[in-house]
Design a protein around this ligand. Structure first.
Ligand code: B16
Ligand code: MG
Length: 217
């Protein structure tokens, strides 16, 4: 194959942003402040540790490292309780059609996610064996917008960065892909993700003609 594809997980393949939101909101409420869905936009694609920093900034809360570590654990425990209930039905609309089409064309595919929970999530929705390479929050030192999660994926797939296409729902992820000259496809609000090379609201808008265009470019 001439091209390799890398998919972000949260917000691209599955809609876990809502679960992250609920868990962060519980913590905010426990600390005595509100946390809105709009504020949650800033948390997309951002690491767990950085997310807590932003949350505490929003609430004007200062804390010791020991305290922060406890909150990181309790937030993740609540998040995992939502993940446990996920099934195939939680795969976002149109995603399987795209994945199956690329597989039928023998296109190498990798996952590139900031999440340390990527593997259990993929298992829950039945996609663990689908990707040749899984690069997640356990494998990288530097978070998006640093491109590390995608460059490791491209290296392991064996493609030059300019022959890699990245699907992302976060600004940080689009910037990460662009910074190493990968082709970026934004999934979500085109205004928010205007830096992407291509924009779609969701995968139901992506057809095989567009995929062929990417593969043959
Ligand atoms: P975890 P992605 C990211 O996943 C999420 O978008 C972001 O909201 C989350 O904080 C981050 O993973 C870390 O997740 O707490 O599970 O390690 O979009 O890069 O697949
Ligand atoms: Mg994402």
């Amino acid at each position: 194959a001439k091209k390799g594809f890398i998919f972000d997980l949260d917000g691209v393949i599955v809609d876990t942003a809502g679960f992250h939101y609920l868990a962060w909101r519980s913590l905010a409420n426990e600390l005595g402040f509100e946390f809105t869905e709009e504020q949650n936009e800033r948390f997309k694609g951002v690491s767990r540790v950085r997310s807590l920093e932003i949350l505490l900034e929003i609430g004007g809360v200062e804390a010791t490292q020991e305290q922060k570590d406890k909150w990181l654990v309790s937030k993740n425990e609540e998040y995992l309780s939502y993940i446990e209930k996920m099934t195939e039905a939680d795969i976002l609309p149109g995603v399987m059609k795209t994945l199956n089409y690329l597989k039928s064309k023998n296109i190498p595919m990798a996952l590139g996610s900031a999440s340390k929970n990527a593997q259990p999530i993929l298992k829950r929705v039945g996609l663990f064996d689908f990707f040749e390479i899984i690069v997640d929050g356990n494998h990288v030192q530097k978070a998006k917008p640093d491109p590390e999660v995608f460059t490791i994926g491209a290296d392991e797939l064996g493609f030059a960065y300019s022959d890699v296409i990245v699907f992302e729902d976060s600004i940080a992820g689009i910037q990460a892909a662009n910074s190493v000259d990968m082709v970026s496809v934004g999934i979500g609000d085109a205004e928010v993700l205007h830096e992407a090379d291509h924009n779609f609201k969701d995968f139901t808008e992506i057809d095989t003609a567009f995929l062929d265009q990417l593969i043959n470019a």
